[in-house]
Design a protein around this ligand. Structure first.
Ligand SMILES: [Zn+2]
Length: 325
């Protein structure tokens, strides 16, 4: 009998039965090359496609695992949430509702996780953005948590690592999200004055206000292969300058070739490159460190005043929650 014939009508075919038994998400399709990949294998290979080396976008906690020594991470600045001072609404959807939805879906308070940990035995301050939370957009909570992490580095002397993954500033917070660009950039300036290294890692995608502030201010700027990195989208640029854009425009590789990114680093070598860089920086810092041994008296920082000043200026607090770190 032919394999294609059925002796009874309505008999279910074996493949369909087999498919039903496979739980959702056991196999995943590579969005870049279309290869069907076994989820467990993907996890083992740091979520990199074995066929085309596409780096899957991952949650912030998974990314922390690519960089940090096992068991070294301690989360800081938890419990901060936006208060929606502008009472923003798109049609009938309120920003507060969107926030609640994103929090329930991702299990995060907002689009960044901050903390301290170690890379190859070097103590670091880290902040990792998460695209699942409203496209990794930067509102006042993201800005504040990143600002606090920079301040942690300034106070402790620990090098800073920020992993960016963002669609840009959060439009629902309007000018308040744009203020985060100035706040984080100013603090990074202070970090630089203290000769404390900052490594910026750009992942897919890094765009808008994040690119235009802390993401591009690293002493060392690393990028994941084939990540989209830019400020405005290619269509907007094309229409503005009225010219054909070059091949590979706004990719990590293009930016590396043109000097805007120091090195494109795949996930498999990320930990090694980070540890090597941190070792190099620690030797450099010993050379530039001033001979004075007296610890400087801690001066109140201007940025500690900033949230208070801004709060007074607008009449609204920006973020709620206490710093449990
Ligand atoms: Zn692939």
């Amino acid at each position: 009998m032919s394999w294609l014939q059925r002796d009874k009508k309505g008999l279910k075919t074996q493949p369909r039965l087999a498919r039903k038994e496979i739980p959702d998400g056991l196999w995943m399709k590579c969005p870049s090359c279309g290869e069907i990949l076994f989820r467990q294998e993907l996890e083992k290979s740091s979520w990199v496609c074995s066929r085309c080396q596409n780096h899957f976008r991952v949650a912030a906690d998974i990314y922390l695992g690519f960089m940090l020594d096992e068991g070294s991470f301690r989360e800081t600045h938890m419990g901060l949430t936006s208060l929606d001072p502008l009472e923003f609404k798109v049609r009938d959807e309120a920003y507060v509702e969107k926030l609640k939805e994103a929090q329930a879906k991702s299990g995060l308070d907002d689009a960044v996780i901050t903390g301290v940990g170690e890379v190859g035995g070097h103590a670091v301050t880290v902040a990792v953005m998460d695209f699942r939370f409203m496209g990794g957009s930067m509102g006042s909570v993201v800005g504040e948590k990143i600002a606090r992490s920079i301040r942690d580095s300034i106070e402790s002397g620990r090098p800073l690592i920020i992993v960016s993954q963002s669609g840009g500033a959060r439009m629902q917070e309007s000018i308040l999200s744009l203020m985060q660009m100035a706040k984080t950039a100013a603090l990074l300036g202070r970090l630089r004055e203290k000769h404390i290294p900052y490594i910026s890692i750009l992942t897919h995608p890094t765009t808008g206000g994040v690119t235009a502030s802390f993401a591009m201010l690293g002493d060392l700027i690393l990028a994941e292969p084939k990540a989209l990195i830019g400020f405005a989208g290619p269509r907007v640029i094309q229409q503005t300058i009225n010219a054909e854009l070059p091949e590979g425009f706004q990719t990590s590789e293009f930016l590396e070739e043109h000097g805007q990114v120091d090195r494109v680093v795949g996930r498999h070598e990320l930990r090694r490159v980070l540890a090597q860089s941190l070792r190099f920086f620690s030797q450099e810092r010993r050379v530039v460190a001033r001979p004075e041994t007296q610890p400087a008296q801690r001066q109140p920082h201007a940025d500690e005043e900033l949230p208070r000043l801004l709060k007074r200026a607008s009449g609204y607090p920006f973020v709620a929650g206490d710093d449990s770190a």
